[in-house]
Design a protein around this ligand. Sequence first.
Ligand code: AMP
Length: 365
Amino acid sequence: MSPLNPGATIGILGGGQLGRMLALAAARLGFQCHIFTPMADDCALAVVEKKTIAAYSDVAALRRFAADCQVITYEFENVPHAAALELSRCTRVLPDPGVLEITQDRLVEKDFVRKAGAETTAYIAVDCEADLAAALQEMGTPAILKTRRMGYDGKGQAKITSPTDAADAWQTVGGAPSILEGFVDFEREISVIAARSSDGNMVSFDVSENQHQNHILKNSLVPANISESIADEAVSLVGRIATAFDYVGVLAVEMFVSKPNSKHPLMVNEIAPRVHNSGHWTIDGATISQFEQHIRAITGWPLGSPIRHGRIEMTNLIGTEVESYQDWLNLPGATVHLYDKGTINPGRKMGHVTQVFESCEIPAA
Ligand code: AMP
């Protein structure tokens, strides 16, 4: 892949905070970005000059967008596969639209991960209420019913603690094709953010430990409080997954670390074929951010070798928490990021703070 020159235009599908941070990183390297989004008030639009506001089904708009871009990428994995495919007929789209097709469906994704040689939680496909009853009998409780498509931040999910919850759970997921997952009594949650170039080179950031509140990421702590061998295994299984995809760009893999002496020490929960919230710490906590690394990978530039600045804590500002941004401004070692989203809704990610601590020692829990 011949590298793009500074001044080239990178297309981004989706206009949320990930697109905003990608565009800022691209600008620092001298690239321009063109955002395509159906939503006129998306927060990434404020930081780019080139924008298309149109539906993903608007083929004429997609073609005009593609004609302006030397490469196109995503900040959001639920971009319709057909739109990505249409764009790929006109210009280079990275990662390949085939990756979207797999990661948009939890069942297909889990089959793929297992085939790539990584462990996942136990899962059974559920297409109707009778399937759910049978799956519950096989899996037992507790378990989690998750829609195959369009679920994020705990949406489209229902925990089932007893077979009598089945009807309610089926209603919660709207009767959509789903999977029943075994509930994991994990020790902690981690993620690996890694970049892969078109020639197969891979660079991973240090493993992040992630703490959720109401299924939404609240804090990422780096380094994760895990052994070196678990960290190495986590990075290596992300390598297997990225290679199986022939992936180009940054991807994130969220995993559960099991309690000691479990059969499988690591289980993949979810793949995000894009930059990820648990990698936001890299903007202020490392010499090269996940956003820059993604831009480098998709433009054919060499991947960087990021060096972490110390121990890091990233805190999401969710909903009204953003109103306390002034308090964070006064905190030594803290960097505040506000996404300028306007309307505050419960559960909406409005900004984040990265705290860098010089001492790398992990504090006692
Ligand atoms: P997901 O949307 O699948 O990423 O799930 C959001 C969060 O729900 C995860 O980060 C976990 O904290 C929790 N969760 C999801 N699946 C499971 C599971 N099988 N067992 C236990 N907790 C889970």
